[in-house]
Design a binder for this molecule. Structure first.
Ligand SMILES: Nc1nc2c(c(=O)[nH]1)N[C@H]1C(S)=C(S)[C@@H](COP(=O)(O)O)O[C@H]1N2
Ligand SMILES: [Mo]
Length: 188
């Protein structure tokens, strides 16, 4: 007993140091720039991803520009996040007829079909809000806006954003779910 205690005690300060280093060195910014936030992925099984775990996944970047139902334009901004399609794969994938439920803290829910997860079927508009043929689009769960952590008032720490390579393509804000905390694959 006492032998074990004597052997382990000196290790504790070392362990604390290692943990502190690990906490300070994850992700792009410092860990303290982001509030604590978890994402629940519900597919065949349920799993929870922490914000640092999400930021460690392969990232996608592009321009996002949205318009609200009342015609207020928001953007363009540069966004960085994880492809929704990658998260669906992590949840076990989705079949052609499955639906993806993306929901938030405040109870808001938006339903995507598999084509939309892959950036298809969205309506796009020019800056005069005239409908245009959609360029290639991708849907990401964004955690960064213009190089900074996505702020709570902008829908952060995690917001669904439709991105493109063009800074002048506008998409409908209704699918830009703010404060996302759950993504669920609904099997048909
Ligand atoms: N969680 C959540 N996300 C949401 C909404 C909401 O009420 N709750 N409203 C949606 C709608 S209808 C629009 S037009 C945009 C508005 O985005 P804004 O508040 O950044 O202007 O957010 C979308 N995302
Ligand atoms: Mo809206």
């Amino acid at each position: 007993m006492s032998l074990v205690r004597r052997a382990c005690l000196p290790l504790i300060p070392v362990l604390i140091g290692v943990l502190a280093l690990a906490a300070g060195c994850t992700g792009t910014g410092s860990a303290d720039d982001y509030p604590a936030w978890n994402l629940t992925l519900a597919g065949d099984q349920e799993r929870v991803l922490t914000h640092p775990e999400l930021r460690a996944l392969p990232a996608a970047e592009g321009y996002g520009y949205s318009v609200s139902t009342v015609g207020i334009k928001y953007g363009p901004n540069r966004y960085r996040g994880v492809l929704l399609a990658d998260l669906i794969e992590m949840a076990g994938g989705a079949g052609t007829d499955d639906l993806i439920y993306v929901s938030a803290e405040d109870g808001y829910l938006w339903v995507f079909d598999r084509d939309q997860v892959n950036g298809k079927e969205f309506f796009t508009f020019d800056e005069n809000l005239r409908e245009v043929t959609p360029p290639p689009l991708r849907v990401i769960l964004a955690y960064e806006q213009d190089g900074k952590p996505l702020a709570y008032e902008d829908g952060g720490p995690l917001r669904l954003v439709v991105i493109s390579e063009n800074s002048d393509v506008i998409t409908e804000g209704s699918s830009w779910v703010k404060w996302v905390d759950r993504i669920e694959v609904h099997r048909k």
